[in-house]
Design a protein. Structure first.
Length: 263
């Protein structure tokens, strides 16, 4: 892979579900070390595009390239190993486990031991498990949750649970992090804390971010450039301030357009 050029390129991606067009010849670039916004009204095709990038959904046509390498046919595990991680709009945490355990189980792909080793708990396995838990604690510390590492996840506040999901993604040491409405349900203080954490991940860890978000204050604070989807098609792209002033974007959010496309 090359370190030159954009980190990720989505090239003419179309996704059809029968007669529905969820993504229609979408073009998207994610630059290294930046936060890129991806916005649009409900049903615009944002989550479908996330799924194409992570390998959860195969495109009907088009290609996806990571650091210049075509990853369109890679499975999800291969893409995760290449540095693509994501969070979900609906939290995917195990409430009965501690915060630390939730992050640790997300590191399972790094465990690298067989079933027999796990059953016998050899010294090598125990040492590796300690190393993974240390990585998990570092991720919790980064999102300022280390003080609740041993608290059962179901007992955490909603804002803490949102940050816990972010910690689990960051523990994977991603080069590209996809955030699906990370501030959903948060109050102003929690949202400000989230903005700070994502900005630090970009600046201190060098993580590139694709941000789907309905709170335009979050988009303005974090995204240097933004792409807008409506009914699966790109209707605007460019620097965030200019995009958010575009009358077409306001029109899309007001739902004035009519089309046969769906997402």
């Amino acid at each position: 892979m090359t370190a030159d050029g954009p980190l990720l390129v989505v090239d003419d991606v179309t996704v059809r579900f029968g007669g529905l067009v969820a993504n229609d010849a979408v073009q998207l670039q994610i630059e290294r070390g930046r936060v890129t916004g991806l916005i649009g009204p409900n049903g615009a095709g944002k989550t479908t595009l996330f799924n194409v990038i992570t390998g959860a959904q195969a495109p009907t046509s088009g290609r996806v390239r990571l650091s210049g390498e075509d990853i369109t046919d890679w499975d999800r595990e291969h893409r995760a190993n290449a540095g693509i991680a994501r969070t979900f709009q609906n939290l995917s945490l195990v409430d009965s486990l501690s915060a630390l355990d939730n992050v640790t189980i997300g590191l399972g792909r790094f465990r690298g031991v067989g079933m027999l080793g796990s059953m016998t708990m050899s010294g090598r396995v125990r040492r590796h498990d300690r190393e993974l838990r240390a990585v998990a604690r570092e991720a919790l510390a980064f999102v300022e949750l280390v003080d609740v590492a041993d608290v059962t996840t179901g007992d955490l506040s909603y804002g803490h649970r949102r940050r816990l999901e972010l910690a689990r993604a960051l523990a994977m040491a991603p080069t590209l992090l996809l955030l699906d409405e990370p501030s959903a349900g948060m109050g102003p203080r929690e949202t400000d804390e989230l903005i700070d954490i994502v900005a630090r991940a970009r600046d201190e860890l060098g993580v590139s971010v694709l941000l789907v978000e309905h709170d335009m204050a979050v988009v303005r604070a974090l995204a240097s450039d933004t792409t807008v989807l409506e009914f699966g098609s790109v209707i605007a792209r460019g620097d965030t301030a200019s995009v958010l002033r575009d009358p077409r974007v306001a029109e899309a959010y007001l739902g004035k357009r009519e089309t046969s496309h769906a997402a």
